[in-house]
Write a protein that binds this ligand. Sequence first.
Ligand SMILES: CC(=O)[C@@H](O)[C@H](O)COP(=O)(O)O
Ligand SMILES: NCC(=O)COP(=O)(O)O
Length: 248
Amino acid sequence: MKDILLGVNIDHIATLRNARGTTYPDPVHAADIAERAGADGITVHLREDRRHIRDRDVRLLAETISTRLNLEMAVTDEMLAIAEQVSPAFCCLVPEKREELTTEGGLDVAGNQALISDACTRLADAGIAVSLFIDAEQRQIDAALACNAPYIEIHTGQYAEATTEAASHQELERLIDGIRYAHQAGLKVNAGHGLHYHNVKPVAAIPELVELNIGHAIIARAAFDGLDRAVADMRALMQEARLSAQRA
Ligand SMILES: CC(=O)[C@@H](O)[C@H](O)COP(=O)(O)O
Ligand SMILES: NCC(=O)COP(=O)(O)O
């Protein structure tokens, strides 16, 4: 079984910076620390309201990181044009509502097939690998296949927000089934949202997963332990989970 990769989302370094309008902490500096601590990639979400990551951050990250940039964005002409200019290795298309505190669910690919298919084609023509951020539903997975997206990222928010052991187990089973179905259909499958140090291992153990994108929990832990340690500890948990699954 292959190692599982860690994409570190540094959105909330920018949240802290923007809280006072200072130049620090700089997401570009954070990306360097995360990469040296073992991050396999850097993820940022350039939201339409620029509440955290700003256009300058995306441009400089694309020019400076050593691993690869995963740019999360809404399916809009503005964002597609920015992606074509910046040319990140990956673009992950996500749903976005201005009033949301954070991403609340997966992209409705099935209900917006033509729009998202056109966006996938436009990004692929620019040499960018496209990932669609979707719920673990067969209908959405089939729609992602029809859009010729090479990757999907399964939304793990409901699993992360489960409040009982039974609900958590039920959500994990739903993730396992969806991820297996997508893998067998030929998609490369990532996952993310709401994962932290106490819920990541069961997800990291899912053998068909390529990468986890994790941000909020790592940046929160960094406030106490430092970013390098927070990244290294998360990566160690993920590798432990994979090794245990291999031995099982
Ligand atoms: C798509 C997703 O689940 C996150 O990567 C997203 O970036 C969350 O948005 P915030 O970082 O603004 O919470
Ligand atoms: N796509 C998920 C991501 O990039 C990070 O989400 P979170 O760990 O900040 O919830």
